[in-house]
Design a protein around this ligand. Sequence first.
Ligand code: NIG
Ligand code: FE
Length: 388
Amino acid sequence: MSGTLITGISELVTCDPSLGEGPLGIIRDAEILIQDGKIAAIGPVTTLGSAGFSDDFSRQEVGGRAVIPGFVDSHTHLLFAGDRAAEFTARLAGEPYTAGGIHTTVAATRAASDAELRAQAARLVTEAQAQGTTTLEIKTGYGLDVDSEARLARLAREVTPEVTFLGAHVIPAAYAGDPDAYVRLVCGPMLAACAPHCRWIDVFSEEGAFNVEQAREILRRGQEAGLGLRMHAAQLGPSAAVQLAVELGAASVDHCTFLTDADVAALADSDTVATLLPGAEFSTRQPYPNARRLLDAGVTVALATDCNPGTSYTTSMPFCLALAVRELGFTPAEALLAATVGGARALRRSDIGKLSPGKQADYAILDAPSWEYLFYRPGVPLVKGKTP
Ligand code: NIG
Ligand code: FE
């Protein structure tokens, strides 16, 4: 029987309160036994050692470091070409963000070869992994015609099973005079071409993008095609799209920057996760969402990067965690849970997000004795991947 015993863990964050101390389920002086990419056993050295595991398997000594579950980045748009650095700089000089910048990236993405797109995605995925991300979702949405969207869905599927069809990202210039014709294209041939590569469908419902009725139609058609639902809503202002997402049983409604009390109550009474994307507020200079209001109401909250060239060009979950505790009202433990268990819930995955027997062995070693260093030492590359 093959397997690896990871040993010398000063502090193991399981994110499963039934396994250890507090809401993070912390086990001190711990070991993890991994077999076939899954966690076979977990516990204090005394427990696993006395079961005789240490002799039967190869050992990996992590030297008194902390181990956390890998981050689940449940919202990215990392398949694109080109950049929008000039737009970012103009915004920092006072220009507002509008959904229109997406067209710039669509033009660059359509012009890029498959090889260029693959290389760009691989670079960003490697960057994300180096910062502790072990699962990521990728959206289409920089194609906006049938062939280009299908190409992005196919290329994204090479990287992750969590692919989201976002043909409804923005209305292309060619359809400016007849947005409903574009909605018909999205719901018809584009959905048919993309659905085989996708698990999810998403709509950017916002002023300048898709209205709530268009969003309803697109999500309904996606659901009929067997896709799970996600929604970008309330990024730039309050929107009825939040409650639409809840009504339709979406796995997640993302951004949630401008919520009404009724939105918060609807989310709290549902299985829909509120995914907060503070990298977007950082980069667009919008107000940050109030996570405290959601957490206190009992809403399940996730944190994700929203990695995209327009509003959040970061792959760093630790950066988003730093913003979450400093600007959104999370405690450090709540932020870590939102970036792991919350992300898993947002992707309706029960095999990731926690370190417990039977789950995938998706973990990150920190070059630090305790998990709190993730917050205590902002901007420092503490994540060591799977080897110390
Ligand atoms: O999540 N909101 C829509 N999509 C992205 C922005 C994409 C872009 O500006 O290129 C977001 O912020
Ligand atoms: Fe987004």
